[in-house]
Design a protein around this ligand. Structure first.
Ligand code: NHR
Ligand code: GAR
Length: 231
């Protein structure tokens, strides 16, 4: 047998158990996408990314995808007459990959009810607040204005109501006396890059499941989100 064959047989198999398929939606820098890519490449998440889709052509996350040989697609929402028309096209594109999970990673377009219902239990989002606090935009600014002592990020299942789906895991950071929006956001980003890969990992392994409107963790109803503190 040629030695090259021997070598490939003895190298770790990184494909056969990575058949849990992700599609990642982004609008911007894609640091959460990168954290997920890094965890897949390290063998920590047993999944593969079928495609990264951005609604903005200038999203840096598209370059991250290309660097890792992941299909990168742009669907520019400004080229569609309505939200529904954009969502329909996005739905067909996602369906063409038959993903197990759709990961919103800094995706900044609100999705229509019909779209969300089509992917019930198969779509997750990371939101930069300790939900149910601060749904919507400008979360760091609002947490500071309210003089919160803790802030963070939440990974949740996506339902039609904005940022209201069941929370899987929260990452908590202390708010410091001298924090401004930027310093606080930086710390929240650090914890995001830990909790989002973890959520994807336990979904890919089947430890976390969405079943008929209920979230199961180790086959039991999940009563409270998992929690992680930034250290
Ligand atoms: N769609 C539904 N139906 N449900 C959710 O929970 C969703 C969603 C789409 C995106 C992410 C989200 C967040 O984490 C998300 C959750 C964008 C906006 C927004 O107001 C709000 C929430 C989120 C993402 N977007 C403006 C819009 O008109 C555009 C803002 C911009 O382009 O900068 O869509 O907070
Ligand atoms: C993340 O902080 C994420 O929580 C937030 O956008 C950032 C995306 O960064 N999401 C939202 O605000 C959704 N409304 P990234 O592109 O570097 O992952």
């Amino acid at each position: 047998m040629p030695s090259s064959k021997l070598q490939s047989d003895s190298s770790p198999d990184t494909t056969s158990d990575n058949n849990y398929k992700l599609v990642v939606l982004i609008s911007g820098s894609g640091k959460n996408l990168q954290a997920i890519i890094d965890n897949i490449e390290a063998g920590n998440i047993k999944a593969s990314i079928a495609a990264v889709i951005s609604n903005r052509a200038d999203a840096y996350g598209l370059k991250r995808a290309e660097k890792s040989d992941i299909e990168a697609k742009v669907l520019d929402h400004t080229k569609y007459d309505s939200r529904e028309a954009f969502d329909e096209e996005l739905q067909s594109l996602i369906d063409s990959y038959s993903p197990d999970l759709i990961v919103l990673a800094g995706f900044m377009r609100i999705l229509s009810d019909h779209f969300v219902e089509h992917f019930t239990g198969k779509m997750i989002n990371i939101h930069p607040s300790l939900l149910p606090l601060y749904k919507g935009l400008h979360t760091h600014q609002r947490a500071l204005a309210d003089k919160q002592t803790e802030h963070g990020a939440s990974v949740h299942f996506v339902i039609p109501e904005l940022d209201a789906g069941k929370v899987i895991i929260q990452g908590i950071v202390d708010v410091k006396e001298d924090d401004d929006e930027e310093s606080l956001a930086n710390r929240v980003h650090q914890i995001e890059h830990q909790i989002y890969p973890h959520a994807v990992k336990i979904l890919a392994e089947g430890q976390l499941e969405y079943n008929a409107g209920e979230v199961l963790y180790d086959n039991k109803p999940m009563l409270n989100p998992l929690k992680k503190q930034l250290i």
